[in-house]
Each structure stands twice: as C-alpha cells, then as structure tokens.
Write a new protein. Sequence first.
Length: 145
Amino acid sequence: MKKIAALLAFMVVPILSFSQSDEILGTWLNEKKDSKITVYTENGKYYGKVIWLKNNVNEDGTSPKLDIQNEIEAEKKLPIEGKVILKDLSWDSDDKEWQDGTIYDPRGGSVYSCFGRMEAKDQLYLKGYIGFSLIGRSTIWTRVK
C-alpha cells in the first residue's frame, strides 16, 4: 500500500507543477486597460500576442494603429494588433515564475528582458528590465473572464 501511495505521489507532483505553469495561459487586460493580450504556449515556451486595442487609430486618423515607435524600421509599418509582445518565457518550478523571456513595449518601441509570476488568482505580475532585474519597470495584467 505504501508503494502505491508513493507511486501516486510521484505521478501527481509533475502534473501539479505542469498545471501551475499554465496559469499564465489565457487573455489578459494590461494595467492601463487599453489592450488585451492572449498568452499561449508553443514548443514549451510562453508567448503573448496583442488581440485588441482600445484606440486602434493612428494620429492621422487611419487604422489600424501602426507600430511607429519600433526601433526596427520595417516593423514601423506593421499594426500593433496581432503583434507578439511577450516571447520565450520558460516556467521555473523552483522559483515559481516564468523567466528568461522578453517583453516589447509598443509605446516606447523597446524590448526588455522579462520575468513574471502570479500576483493573485487573476493577476499576472510582469517585470521588464535591462541587465539586472533589480532595476526595471513592472506591471500587473488582469485576467479577462
């Protein structure tokens, strides 16, 4: 009986760890509540794509809103909606957070190193930084239900 209990425990722990890592999946409203980002997984990494913008109009009145702040010239002609802004996050079960990814800020046009963790049940804390994670900017996204 003890062997069966130990075997079951051995099998359940990886399942719980896997399901916890997938808490990030779903659609999120950014802190300013002006865009929605869908987080998905691909090849074991986590990505986030902009699926909605509250103001999807350029300053000249044309639509869709273009990524004019991007540092890459060719990207400036592409719309922000549909852009993958969160890339290559990996789940770290020891630290209980997603790490080693990048986040793109369309407002400033820069890419930052990034990590994230669940702050509360439906709140995702993300921090973008350059170099060391002690200095950077953080944000909290809220899950869209």
